[in-house]
Design a protein around this ligand. Sequence first.
Ligand code: URP
Ligand code: ZN
Ligand code: ZN
Length: 457
Amino acid sequence: MRTLFKGGTVVTGKGPRRADILVEGEKILDVCRDIPAIGAQVVDVTGMLLFPGFIDAHTHFDLDVCNTTTADDFASGSRAALRGGTTTIVDFACPNKGETLHDGLRLWHEKADGKCACDYGFHMTIDDWNDTIESEIDDMYGEGISSFKMYMTYPAMMIGDKLMYKALKKLKEKGGICGVHCENAGVIDALIAEKKEKGENGVYCHPETRPDFLEAEAVSRLLRIAEAVDIPVVIVHTTNIQALDEVANARWRGQKVFVETCPQYLVLDDSVYYNEDWLQAAKYVCSPPIRTAEDRDALWRAIRRGEVQTVSTDHCSFTTAQKLAGREDFTTIPGGLPGVETRGELVYTFGVTTRKISLAAMCRVLAENPAKLYGMFPRKGVIAEGADADIVVYDPEADHVIRAEDMVGAADYNPYEGVVTRGSVKQVWLRGKLAVNEGRVLAGPEGKYIRRGKCCL
Ligand code: URP
Ligand code: ZN
Ligand code: ZN
């Protein structure tokens, strides 16, 4: 079965160009001008932008956290992802405390296999370090897991500097890559205690106890630990200028550092936490918190300059009922936002059409760079001969209003409610098959587990 995408503009990390795309089965056969339609079904994509399927390398589906479970499991989360143009997600497998990496991997396969509508892989969370875990790292590569995650905060997950150093040393042997959640846990705890002593419990206490400089401190400490090991690392969900400055310092010293940010830090600002309606404010609780408009602008500049490599979502969705469970204690509001369904349209709307970033940069941060960073390139992340035929057909003229009621994700609210997008995702093709058409998800649970190789960014 051959499909010919005719008349569109193909976007790559180098820029847009007019070209047709010929697909056979699951793969792209050819990309060039004026491909004859012989024996192929023709999809007329005149006036459309054609992106490689977006990759979201930071999702939390079916995660037990904050005494509850995320609203989206792999079925609803992956359908939401597809609807937003994301054809591959990389979720964080998370062993239960005291269990092995193999246990964690088994658990995540149970959660995802046969349920995921888009392609998927897993990062492996390292929340402890001992001989068993060290001996499992090699096996993880055998299982197609080439990236890991560590936390410098959250008591249940954080690993501490010494064990982080040891874990990074082992990953260096393997040429591995690790994403790290950077926040200073100890001072955050002290600030929380101070708020509680004063009897303060507003949602605003969340950002005020997790300030930008405590994120920057952790970024700086991580980067010094990485320097001691001599290994590149990924700063996940980066939010602010001071954290970016620490990355710039490390790069100036000669270190290789990758930076991820997320749409909530690029589109919103911290005024969301000062809404007098408690629930409206609680909807935006995530860690690190959303920062100032100046931080937001700096993140766009950093993308433009190539200082930020990926924009993923940190999709970690809860319903309003789940958020309400934190009414009596701001530290128990489940942290995280839905994001997989809107990422591409938000980056296009707030980044490309405002000329903050180019189409090529959008393609790099949403597709090409995550594919390279997480060992999926050139199978994923590019529209080129031999790649999987994961294609987003983006209609730049089809503006629409973001409404929670239109979403397929399981959260009953959307952080971007009422935002008017510029253009929209018209179709999504997953490995040569139409998976989304005009907002309707057609794909069943056909996502494939993607065995990933080494970083090539
Ligand atoms: O608040 C957030 N971001 N929740 C998801 C887990 C994490 O820290 O990435
Ligand atoms: Zn995190
Ligand atoms: Zn996360």
